[in-house]
Design a protein around this ligand. Sequence first.
Ligand SMILES: Nc1ncnc2c1ncn2[C@@H]1O[C@H](COP(=O)(O)OP(=O)(O)OP(=O)(O)O)[C@@H](O)[C@H]1O
Ligand SMILES: [Mg+2]
Length: 457
Amino acid sequence: MSLRSEIVHLEELVCRACEGDKEAQRQLPARFESLRREAETLIKHQQELITLYEIARELASMVNLEDILDLILTRALALVKAERGFIVLADEPASQESFRIAVARQFSLEEVDDGEARLSRSLIGRVMGSRQAIVTTNAQEDPRFQSSVSIVNYRIRSVMAVPLIYERELLGAIYLDTRITERLFTQEDLALLQALGNQAAIALHMAQLYRNLEQRNLELQQALAELRATQDELIRSERLSAVGRLASGIIHDFKTPMTTIKGYAAFLGRDDLPPAQRKQFAQTVMNAVDILVDMAQEILDFVQGGGPLQMEPVPLDAFVQEVVDFLKEDFSERHITIHTQLDYRGVVSLDKGKMRRVLVNIAGNARDALNGQPGSFTIISRRQDDQVLLELIDDGPGIPPEILPNLFQPFVTYGKAHGTGLGLAISKKIVEDHGGTIAVMTGLPKGAGFVITLPLP
Ligand SMILES: Nc1ncnc2c1ncn2[C@@H]1O[C@H](COP(=O)(O)OP(=O)(O)OP(=O)(O)O)[C@@H](O)[C@H]1O
Ligand SMILES: [Mg+2]
């Protein structure tokens, strides 16, 4: 009888008893008792549901396979008050015979493997093969196990096992038994264990997915590292051969300052040279040496790839101002005005030395392009989404169209007596090492412009 009709029936009985119906009065105690039992069962079921819900929640927050297995077994034992148990995981491909004990309680793992519990193994085999749960209320009398020595020897009273299946895939099984106590498993226990088994199968599936994902991730990372190493090697050898191929060109570039030095050094040796001119010639020699040192350094940097970055947090506006101060004298002598519009005043993560080389090279290119003509050089900084933009614009003749497609390639130089053509290639490498980009600005009415993006810390 359902609880609702039980209550209706009881109400009628109470009414009749109140009216003095003797039969109703006689039946009342038994009815109350029956209702009490119903209520107790309901409370028990409610408690079980809460427990299952809690287990599901706990499982949902776990990804580690061992932790998940441990939790499932602990909770399964407690849920149906079993004494011993273990969980097996199916090998791939899953079969009745091939599974391994992943976690066990009150069994030692060797025990399970060695035959003490041959019964348990054969039972699990049967569950895995049929994909059907099994419960024996009394194993000692169950005809299915009468031939089993373990049942008798190990005084197994009641056994229960459920398969763990996720979307038709057999993942494993849970085995539980009771030995010493008098407790026998019931169909209700089996239903509970099956409900837990369903949750467990989902969690195991997720854990396996996660593990596979981690494994794939690891493989990808290794492949990426190998790729990077090969790429670095390739870049390095490409650089070396590029340097080799262009060595003669560079030596040619070296000749001009060398000739200057030689000529002026000869002048300096003369006794009749007025002091003012001596000073001027010495300066010319020093400038030529500076050019040589710069060229040599650029080639070296390029061949070596520039070395690792020394990153530090740097306020961008102060950094740009430092570069401007450095350029100021040289530029004002050449009548080039430097303008700044530093709207971004925050901090960026930079290797100051290397980033200074980038700005100085771009500024140097602008100065060279103006070729003695008065002009202007503008530096703008601003934020765009999660990046900082640095724009460097001059009003010179603009970049020669013939080199534009290969502008950032090494040794691309045009219209300069002493250009090695490495400045922009090195600048690009440095900016990209910072996680940024560098590009030529398009659509300017006049001159040339570069835009550098840098990620915000
Ligand atoms: N602002 C600019 N205006 C006009 N042309 C430019 C400008 N910046 C670069 N270029 C052109 O791009 C070429 C390549 O520049 P890059 O800095 O890579 O090498 P370089 O200046 O020639 O030599 P290096 O910088 O190694 O001394 C320059 O030779 C020049 O022709
Ligand atoms: Mg340059």
